[in-house]
Design a protein around this ligand. Structure first.
Ligand SMILES: Cc1ncc(C[n+]2csc(CCOP(=O)(O)OP(=O)(O)O)c2C)c(N)n1
Length: 627
């Protein structure tokens, strides 16, 4: 039964069983409809795009050949899993993806029984599928575990750790290596170079060339050349490469290998953006999109340039810094575009390293550069630096090496949701000895903080939010800041009691200023999370009845906790209210919606402060009497 006009086949596919009931000759047409549905829907709402066009046939083939949901498909990252969502009962919901209360941006176990594993960060799929395969072995269950990982995802260390272990353990599992020769930007690495050469040399392999080993026979493989050799070394049987847009080829080979014993790897070649000419021509631009014209691919004309984003502020500053100082080197773990490094990479190719999706390596690589007298600037999103945490402590901070971390996407990021919010960085950074941690309240502050970090002889981090600065005129000169000193940005001496001081960190300074106008409160831009300005904290504690700390980081262990620690150490009795993110994972929505949800917009701040003031009536009148 068709339930959407214009989609005679897709309209009838509400579960993978519907797909399995179709005639195989209908599958190519279903792929055409699925691709058209993606283009039309995403043209209207935006979202991850080019990677999804590349997985249309692969998704159909996997669900056709496997017995999902009992068989598990683990998608790496999950940004390419829209076709999977569509054919697993979430077609109508796609309209809501990434929106507040809508479908999750990536695979999410709570959303569907077909989402075998929650994702968002890359390179986890082989480990997770290996765990599932091992569980099936223990439980003696006949189920299949399949990981689908891109060539970008394959650059992450975890992928290799998992191959190494799964190969050794001889697990019955399949890794589908979806090779489109692209990460978000061009993919990098030795495996990529080899794979690209191989595909060029041999072309794609017809499925009938793949023959499974018979009992007692050594594996016979399609090619005795690399990269098969690499995967064989790990203990995997290598199949391919196969054209990942040829449904016949895919279904034949999957049927042939899905019950093979031991770890199998199927190398599939796909085109990112497949079937939509503008996206095939520029997969970087169409990796993630806002609304676009589904016929021409054109994006609506950009509004007049507003305030620069913090990402742009960083990119511009870095170019200036590199011009001035030949020791400056930039490192990105596969996030050139997102981190604002496109210009820098073009202008300073000799001092630019995209290391692949390898945050751990990025951090220790920066440490090595610093050992030899260079000035590495490691640009990493807050959420992805979680991957490099031990390296940050063990390789950078213990050795007190001068690496500057430019930590983008601190705080709530919006539509990418729980896996991507930079909700924990202030907590996980501020407990590391030697590390200076700064959070800018505007774009000039941000530049000053970068300059401060670069001038230090030890490690430092500047943590800034997604989105725009305030649109301030850029100061041409920016001097390093005195370390560990905040500043008062709104004074309110001589007011009536109770006296309130807002101690704001980073982008919370702006809402604090707005709330302060109503509360007649003092506002401090604390600037440094570490070292915290203890002198300023105590001064404010002595002059006020209530201190309110404000941060877009988890309340637990965050910047507010740093303020609490100062007060406790001095046995100070001032009332304190810590505002920040709750002890919960925040899902997706716009950044503004989520800030409101967490009570961190102006109205929310006022509500919390007024509630506390009411609750503390007695204490405050008592302290007022004493004063
Ligand atoms: C740990 C981590 N670092 C960075 C990212 C950001 N990221 C999302 S998709 C992607 C590229 C993935 O490339 P690939 O696996 O080849 O998939 P493709 O988009 O080419 O289909 C990156 C770097 C991430 N999700 N996780």
């Amino acid at each position: 039964m068709t339930d959407i006009p214009g989609y005679s086949l897709l309209g009838g596919v509400n579960t993978p069983s519907d797909l399995r009931n179709l005639r195989s000759e209908d599958l190519p047409h279903l792929a055409v409809e699925l691709r058209r549905f993606l283009i039309e829907t995403l043209g209207r709402i935006g979202g991850h795009f080019a990677a999804n066009l590349g997985t249309v046939e692969l998704t159909l083939a996997l669900h056709r050949c496997l017995n999902t949901p009992d068989d598990r498909i683990v998608w790496d990252v999950g940004h390419q899993a829209y076709p999977h969502k569509i054919i697993t009962g979430r077609r109508a919901g796609l309209e809501t993806i990434r929106k507040l209360g809508g479908l999750a941006p990536f695979n999410h176990r709570a959303e569907s029984e077909y989402d075998a594993f929650g994702v968002g960060h890359s390179s986890t799929s082989i480990s997770a599928a290996a765990g599932m395969a091992a569980a099936f072995r223990v439980q003696q269950r006949k189920r299949r575990a399949v990981a689908v990982i891109g060539d970008g995802g394959m650059t992450g260390g975890m992928a290799f750790e998992a191959l190494n272990h799964a190969g050794h353990a001889g697990l019955d599992m399949l890794v589908v290596y979806n090779d489109n020769d692209m990460s978000i930007s061009e993919n990098v690495g030795g495996l990529r170079d080899h794979s690209a050469r191989l595909v060029q040399k041999l072309g794609l392999v017809a499925p009938h060339l793949v023959r499974l080993p018979q009992d007692g026979e050594e594996a016979v493989e399609t090619h005795l050349d690399n990269p098969g050799a690499l995967f064989r070394t790990f203990g995997f049987t290598y199949h391919g490469p196969v054209d990942g847009h040829d449904l016949d080829a895919l279904t034949q080979i999957l049927d042939a290998i899905k019950d093979a014993r031991g770890p199998q790897l199927l190398h599939v070649i796909t085109t990112k953006g497949k079937g939509f000419e503008p996206a095939e021509a520029d997969p970087i631009k169409y990796h993630g999109v806002t609304q676009f014209d589904p016929v021409t691919g054109a994006f609506p004309a950009k509004k007049a340039a507003g305030a620069p984003t913090y990402t742009q502020v960083f990119g511009d500053w870095l170019c200036e810094a590199a011009e001035r100082d030949p020791r400056v080197v930039a490192i990105t773990p596969a996030m050139r575009e997102g981190s604002g490094l496109v210009d820098y990479a073009r202008r300073f190719p000799q001092r630019y390293y995209d290391v692949g999706i390898a945050e751990q390596h990025a951090v220790t690589f920066a440490a090595g550069l610093a050992c030899e007298g260079l000035k590495p600037v490691c640009a990493i999103y807050s959420t992805f630096l979680q991957r490099g945490y031990d390296q940050l402590i063990h390789d950078v901070a213990i050795q007190n090496l001068p690496v500057l971390f430019a930590i983008d996407r601190g705080g709530l990021v919006g539509a990418d949701g729980a896996t991507h919010h930079g909700a924990f960085d202030l907590s996980y950074l501020r407990c590391i000895p030697n590390l200076v941690v700064m959070a800018p309240s505007d774009e000039n502050e941000c530049r000053r903080m970068f300059a401060t970090g670069l001038s230090l002889n030890g490690p430092s981090a500047v943590r800034y939010p997604r989105g725009n600065g305030l649109g301030l005129a850029m100061e041409p000169e920016y001097k390093p800041l005195p370390i560990g000193r905040g500043r008062i940005v709104r004074d309110a001496r001589g007011r009536r009691r109770p006296r309130v001081a807002l101690l704001a960190f980073g982008c919370m300074v702006q809402p604090a200023l707005s709330a302060a106008d109503i509360l007649d409160a003092v506002v401090a831009d604390m600037r440094f999370v570490k070292p915290i300005d203890a002198e300023l904290v105590l001064e404010l504690a002595n002059e006020n009845d209530l201190l309110v700390t404000l941060e877009d980081n988890a309340r637990m262990g965050g910047a507010g906790s740093a303020v609490n620690e100062v007060l406790v150490a001095q046995h100070h009795k001032v009332q304190v209210l810590n505002l920040g993110l709750p002890d919960a994972f925040i899902e997706h929505g716009t950044r503004e919606e989520l800030l409101t949800q967490c009570g961190l917009d102006v109205a929310g701040i006022l509500r919390s402060v007024q509630k506390r003031l009411r609750a503390r009536d007695l204490d405050i009148s008592e302290s007022a009497r004493k004063a």
